[in-house]
Design a protein around this ligand. Structure first.
Ligand SMILES: Nc1ncnc2c1ncn2[C@@H]1O[C@H](COP(=O)(O)OP(=O)(O)OP(=O)(O)O)[C@@H](O)[C@H]1O
Ligand SMILES: [Mg+2]
Length: 254
């Protein structure tokens, strides 16, 4: 008798949000950036977050990645509820459990690629595991660029270095906010290919904000935000289903 892998297999949750609300400002200036967002991000899965400018994507990432605190609701990473932690414990959790990739690569100009990639480990007083470091470097294809400064690397190479930096500490989850936002389509495909491979080959969990349907098509799941709420979700997306959903969710003018 054969057993089929079942779609109902219980998956580990790498990070979750429960009824997150984030309000900025007061009175007339009040903005409800998140208006009750609940989501589970599954381990070993690549999730994209899409939605119009101002819909709350970055705010959601920041609240889930312990970079900002919600007005109410709860976020947790690797089973740890963020609201229960003191500042010191939050710093440690960010260092040990979370990888970050931003649109502006945030590489330190005076450090080499290798030094940039291992910086979070150095800050935590840890040495890279040599075997893991090698796998990550080969996966990002930066072996021949390790001694280069960011100014000596292309945009795609710099962003791949930023991805390697996020992965080298083996975080429970990587949060990426528009990681391909500054890249041309070739560099964007390089970075997406690497992120996809790190999910498939290393079991990495990644959540990524993007405006680009081509980038989102590399993921397993696309969650759409509008006005601080989750309004739609696609599984096994492709470019056309993403475009169709974006069109459906865009308010028609006139
Ligand atoms: N620090 C802040 N103070 C006041 N309002 C803020 C602040 N940060 C974000 N907002 C507001 O919260 C809402 C959501 O912002 P957020 O940055 O999460 O949007 P986004 O979906 O990431 O947009 P984009 O696609 O343009 O990056 C917006 O209306 C924004 O103006
Ligand atoms: Mg944003």
């Amino acid at each position: 008798m054969t057993t089929t892998p079942s779609a109902t297999t219980v998956r580990d949750v790498a990070a979750s949000a429960h009824d997150l609300v984030k309000v900025y400002g007061h009175d007339e200036a009040e903005v409800r950036a998140l208006d009750g967002v609940s989501i589970d991000l599954y381990a070993g899965e690549f999730t994209a977050v899409m939605g119009p400018s101002g819909s709350g994507k970055s705010t959601l990432m920041h609240c889930m990645a312990a970079l900002d605190t919600p007005t109410s609701g709860e976020a947790s990473v690797g089973g740890t509820t963020l609201g229960s932690l003191r500042d010191k414990e939050l710093t440690r959790l960010r260092r040990e459990k979370i990888g970050f990739v931003f649109q502006a690569f945030n590489l330190i100009p005076t450090l080499t690629a290798q030094e940039n990639i291992t910086l979070p480990l150095s800050l935590a007083g840890r040495d890279p595991e040599p075997e893991w470091f090698d796998r990550v470097i080969d996966a990002v294809g930066l072996r021949s660029r390790l001694a280069h400064k960011p100014s000596e690397m292309s945009g795609g190479q710099q962003q791949r270095a930023a991805c390697a930096r996020a992965l080298v500490s083996r975080p429970a989850i990587v949060f990426a906010d528009e990681p391909t936002g500054n890249l041309d389509s070739t560099s964007s495909a390089e970075v997406m290919g690497f992120l996809r491979r790190s999910v498939d080959e290393f079991g990495q969990t990644i959540v990524m904000v993007t405006h680009d349907p081509v980038a989102a098509a590399w993921t397993d799941r696309v969650v759409f935000l509008a006005d601080g709420r989750i309004v739609e979700e696609l599984r096994n997306p492709d470019r056309d289903s993403i475009l169709a959903t974006m069109a459906r969710l865009t308010p028609q003018v006139g």
